[in-house]
Design a protein around this ligand. Sequence first.
Ligand SMILES: C[S@@+](CC[C@H](N)C(=O)[O-])C[C@H]1O[C@@H](n2cnc3c(N)ncnc32)[C@H](O)[C@@H]1O
Length: 386
Amino acid sequence: MADARRHYLDLIRQDGVRLTPELAEAFGSVPRERFVPDGFHRRDGGWMTPDDRDFLTTVYRNDVLITKLNGDVPISSSSQPSLMAIMLSALDLRPGMRVLEIGAGTGYNAALMAALGATVTSVDVQADVAGRARAALDRAGVTGVRVVTGDGYPGDPGSTYHRIIVTVGIAGLSPHWFEQLTPDGLVIAPVEHAGHHPVLAVRPGDPVTAAVVCSSGFMAAAGPLGARHAGSHPRSAGVLPELAETAPARWSPPLDTTAYRDLWYAAGAWDRRATLATPANWDQAHLVLLHDPTPAPPTDSMTDTAAKPADDPVTSGAAVLPDGSVRAGGSEADRCTAALVTLIDRWSDLNRPSMRDWRVGLALDGDPAAPIWAPHTWHLVPGARH
Ligand SMILES: C[S@@+](CC[C@H](N)C(=O)[O-])C[C@H]1O[C@@H](n2cnc3c(N)ncnc32)[C@H](O)[C@@H]1O
């Protein structure tokens, strides 16, 4: 078992994550298997249980463990350990801090935070999930974690927290969280941007601003936290017609995953028609620009993409491959290609800014009865990374 845990830490580090001694101790000592006692969804489609021979080996991989499905859609999981490690590093926890977690899931992340010396309140909207997390924390002998059933939008009224960590993909932050944060508090949250949920580090203030921590893929939150809003990017490219090449390759070797994500992030900041989605008959999500009949927003360095989201059926669009070639389809294929190529040129001309070079301005948006602080403006600040 000691070997398995050591190997686990190596796997987390292989993803380029720096583990402080405290984080390594937490990941090395909290028994992840205790938080998935009913098993999880196997990559090959079946359900893995603790009786399976490779159960422990699989638990101690650097992989997400999906613990609840609704049909084919994952609705609860233990997140990928390297992503948890990055988010916990960004949370800058110190012993004695009070943390509010939105998305208790299995309870494993809350147990890691308790191992780091924090007192944790963890909220999950699904009563059965919250109940299982409570039982797992008890069985693992973890103290200092309270699990609450409910929607995370109101937070934990009447309490104050030094840190808030959100472990479910949200469209924006609840204003109630800022009322519950200490003045030097910090929120770490995966916030929807162009079809994905990059993790933001948000500090309270006027204006509310955020730094980008890393890319991530989280399941979307239920309720007002997941609401569509005026600045939302379009969500689906599944209805796009057959795409044909409209611009040749420009990069050899092709962009690696990190650079491709940086291009996607910039395109989403500059143009709300850009999103990450999987065109029909493709097997992977790509940066696509979907035709939107409403006029495109201006594209200056401080861009406000607030406008009506294009959720009408999409009939034209263009996608870029990692080698820079563009494939497009539909009656507006040429226009979509030109707009996408302009975004790619702009990112290249600026020497390929990283997603961590962006500062995000948030504004209240969404349902007026339950508003959220959603990304509205993006500003490049090279070198000022979180
Ligand atoms: C990826 S899991 C959380 C992983 C968890 N932190 C762990 O360590 O296992 C996301 C969880 O968020 C919960 N969730 C979804 N929408 C929510 C909401 N509006 N408020 C609170 N929890 C929510 C889901 O029920 C799910 O269990």
